[in-house]
Design a binder for this molecule. Structure first.
Ligand SMILES: Cc1cc2nc3c(=O)[nH]c(=O)nc-3n(C[C@H](O)[C@H](O)[C@H](O)COP(=O)(O)O)c2cc1C
Ligand code: SF4
Length: 464
């Protein structure tokens, strides 16, 4: 058996193994409870978690509100109900073993209200909150108010410095740990900054050592760092364990923990994971959150890439470069395009991509009339799930659409709900980390073997 010392996390001695939180409805009360039952840390996603039956969760059936603002209110109420439901399920399964964490995204809509709503009614079932996708400055205060540990998810020492200096220095008692999520390797949204190149992955070691050095400056020597992103066999991480430079460390499994018997995702998703090859996962910037995200490069993602490739610039007035008049819309408005783009438009129109849709950056993308209708319908059905949505232009602060909606993006709420509830993993967004190809290479998964969470945690403890 590989040597793994227990670590104190969220007030209890546990295995230093953490289930990565996965929304929407991918890491649930059932998966979380099973991880906790193994004396590890389970994490259920409280991003619009299910409080309903499978059938009731068909996206279009659960919102009665006529306006986005009304649907947004329904969404918040459902998110609170869903979070409480999943926390109770996790608690029952865990049988008081391990720890139960709840994951939220800071840039989802109404995060503060949802955290208060869930914690005020279910804090006895929740030991920690993990939160990334944004800068969760207020999480420290909210968690402390309920006596629950908090875990910011950061991708650099710089991000943690900003959080600490602004608010965390006042709430150190309940800082349970810091999750270092590798922005080049982790599945889901990731925190690549403008100064980092998405094509040039950096080694996690110096970045984590820099984070630890900073934490030491703040007297946080004993606060564990949870390493997430690219973790598969722990035998590949032996240098990190009992390492003075790194300090106390735990390991988070996001992609690997997707493939278990308790996982709610459809068999087709499991099959897809088992078939992936190196390079089948791609980081893109299509997410309506504006963040980079890492997902399987399937039909869904390819369609977005093709859509963006069918793009030309235009101007409202003519100039030497933009000299060719181009008529758009039913009113026959005229804009001006480059003469070199005429041929491209002709090719796209001939192939059926005849509808130009404006983007906020002075360009058109060309789509089919079916695609144009689907995009408009999705924008109209918006329930306001993000604090700011690039796809629909929704802004939580103003409770309305602001700015120009961007047809190069998509409704993440719709596709993640669909794929989590039996939708086709080829035609919906399927988040995955860089290591997803390892399912096909790791002998543990030979002949399509899918472990229970108990078997997976035992296996991870062997170093493989
Ligand atoms: C399908 C999927 C969904 C995810 N959703 C979330 C999420 O909602 N919130 C979050 O903080 N991280 C999310 N993650 C990231 C994981 O929690 C974890 O940190 C990451 O996957 C670790 O990297 P790995 O995939 O290499 O194991 C998601 C990852 C996957 C694969
Ligand atoms: S359009 Fe944007 S804000 Fe509205 S539900 Fe979809 S992802 Fe959420």
């Amino acid at each position: 058996m590989f040597h793994l010392k227990p670590l104190t996390l969220s007030g209890s001695e546990v295995l230093p193994l953490v289930e990565g939180g996965k929304g929407i409805s991918v890491s649930t009360g059932a998966t979380c409870g099973a991880w906790a039952q193994m004396e590890a840390i389970g994490t259920f996603s409280a991003v619009n978690a299910d409080a309903f039956t499978f059938e009731e969760h068909i996206f279009s059936k659960i919102y009665a509100g006529k306006t986005r603002a009304e649907r947004y209110k329904e969404l918040i109420m459902q998110a609170i109900k869903g979070g409480i439901t999943q926390a109770k399920i996790a608690h029952e399964i865990a049988q008081r073993k391990g720890r139960i964490h709840m994951n939220v995204m800071w840039e989802m809509a109404g995060t503060e209200e949802i955290l208060h709503g869930i914690l005020s009614r279910a804090k006895e079932f929740i030991h920690g909150i993990t939160c990334g996708a944004g800068m969760p400055y207020k999480m420290a205060e909210i968690a402390t108010q309920y006596g629950v540990y908090y875990y910011p998810i950061v991708s650099s020492a710089r991000a943690f410095r900003a959080l600490y200096k602004r608010t965390y220095h006042k709430f150190c008692t309940f800082l349970g740990g810091v999750v270092y999520e590798d922005p080049w390797r982790a599945g889901g949204h990731n925190g690549l900054s403008n100064s980092e190149n998405s094509n040039t992955p950096e080694s996690p070691y110096p970045r984590v050592v820099a984070l630890r050095a900073l934490m030491r400056e703040y007297g946080l020597d004993a606060v564990p760092i949870i390493v997430a992103g690219g973790v598969w066999w722990l035998s590949e991480w032996t240098d990190w364990i009992d390492n003075q430079e790194v300090g106390p460390v735990a390991f988070q499994f996001g992609t690997r923990s997707l493939l278990t018997q308790e996982s709610p995702v459809a068999q087709a998703w499991h099959k897809l994971l088992l078939s992936l090859k190196k390079g089948d996962v791609k980081a893109t910037t299509f997410s309506p959150t504006g963040f980079y995200s890492s997902a399987v490069n399937n039909v869904f993602l390819q369609e977005l890439q093709d859509r963006s490739a069918r793009q030309i610039a235009y101007q409202e007035t003519s100039s030497e470069t933009f000299s060719v008049p181009f008529t758009i819309g039913v009113r026959g408005n005229i804009v001006y395009i480059k003469s070199s783009d005429r041929e491209l438009i002709h090719t796209w129109q001939t192939a059926g991509y005849a509808v130009p849709l404006r983007t906020p950056e002075g360009t058109f993308v060309f789509v089919t009339s079916e695609q144009a209708n689907a995009i408009k319908q999705d924008q109209a059905a918006c329930v306001g799930c993000l604090s700011a949505c690039r796809f629909s232009g929704w802004c939580q602060a103003q409770q309305e659409l602001v700015g120009c909606a961007d047809p190069r993006s998509f409704c993440i709420q719709k596709t993640l709900q669909a794929v989590a509830h039996g939708g086709n993993p080829n035609t919906e967004l399927v988040f995955a980390g860089d290591t997803a190809y390892r399912f096909a290479e790791d002998p543990y998964y030979a002949n399509g073997f899918i472990p229970s969470i108990k078997q997976l945690v035992r296996r991870i403890q062997t170093g493989f």
